[in-house]
Design a protein around this ligand. Sequence first.
Ligand code: ADP
Length: 522
Amino acid sequence: MERMYPPRLTPGPLPRELEEHLRGLITSEATPTIPVEAPFDATTIGHVPEGGQSCVDKAFSLAREAQRGWEDTPHATRRSIVRTFHSLVLKHRELLMDMVQLETGKNRAAAFDEVMDVASTARYYAARAEKLLTPRRRQGTIPVLSSTVEHRYPLGVIGQISPWNYPLTLAISDAIPALLAGNAVVSKPDERTPFTALLVTSLLYDAGLPRDIFHTVTGPGPVVGGAIAEHCDYLMFTGSTNTGRILGETAGRRLIGFSAELGGKNPLIIAEDADLDKAVDGAVHGTISNSGQLCVSIERIFVVGSMYPRFVDAYVQRLQSIRMEAGFDWDVEMGSLASQQQLDTVTRMVDEAVSKGAEVLTGGRARPDLGPYFYEPTVLTGVTKKMELYRHEVFGPVVYVEAVADLAEAIVYANDTDYGLNAGIFAARDTALAAAPLIRVGGVNINDSYSATWGNIDTPLGGAKDSGLSARHGEEGLLKYTQTQNISEQRYLQLRGPRSLKRKTYASLMTAGLKALAVMRR
Ligand code: ADP
């Protein structure tokens, strides 16, 4: 049954009734003591409980109990719940965007990206889940005699730990395929952005999801996240590489599957045959989107030869005219950083680079006149290996640009990183298509900085090297939440041959058989 929600939110504390409703969705008996801050003006919008081990224990026990019934629920019912959820997300989009903006300080267009992502993911997996999960006949080893079928069954209860930068998308988009595959989910949103996660979960319940199939526990990462990792049957994590390593160790010890999307130091290449206007537009988008607090945002730009001065002039000029502001207005192009901690990190890294000789082409300073955590889009050049931001992710609107001799050199620089998440290349189509596979990252955007690979959800997207493990999206994004089961039948004759056959004769016959199969190219 659908609840009544306020149509919009205003700056300041959440309406009391909404806050209480959302808090009621948390699996916790603890008192609400964690303040949730609005980065636009550093005011407190509400409080959530500081959950601990016992809340996680309870969430898993209820989820495990409920999951058995959910696994047996027909595909059509699960699909219909997700489709209704899709409609509710679009219906309540203004409220969702308000909540996202209140909790993160991002601009409205970036908040809409989250709404769009959740709706697209829901639609995509609702349409495909049943087919992906239907037992699939595979090729038998010996024609006629062997028959083999790939089955899939749900893993049980999936643990999900998500960050603050995309609190709507990352609270639910990875959970949707897990739910459609017949799993329950226990989720821990970041303690800085719990209300967005709870609001979208509320819509999922309104759409008909049984309450115990999806549990949210709020609280500190190492305590609540750590306990989830110890209980779950598969762990989906998005966050920092450091936390990813800690969780990966737990997953390894427990022998459970683990999917992690972690940090990046994403390169953008501008080739000599690129369309300058499009390249500038794409670079600006990749720099300022979500104030640069995006795993896939651009932090390094390599520009080939004669393109360099023209590109840098136009890019810097465009960044200087960005409309940066607090508020819900659609025309604002960049919002705030999300917290004091983010502002401190960005400031520290830029100041360190400048103190070691980097040149600031634009930006390089905070803007307290706009809000407590605003920071200007910043372009540096002359960045060297001595500077922390040469290799480490800033996670802010901070990019360095370098001129390179040719495309081959650009690719060498692009690959000179421990990360391997995302890259973009602006070039004539043939140039880009030839260069793209040579950039060793999980996603390469041709004539774009990151949206193409993120938005085309039929292809899996994951991080190479220190940027992650496994992938979201595509078939893999759902199948990873299932156990494969090989059900095979050998008719008339066992693969090991009849008992009466001498082993040596069997070996000769099989050798001849293997040769015949190779001739048949099977
Ligand atoms: P970020 O630097 O972007 O905040 P984190 O990796 O610290 O990235 O946080 C991402 C998510 O992981 C958050 O929900 C956070 O609370 C949680 N988290 C942080 N540390 C741990 C940990 N040791 N174990 C489990 N979860 C954690």
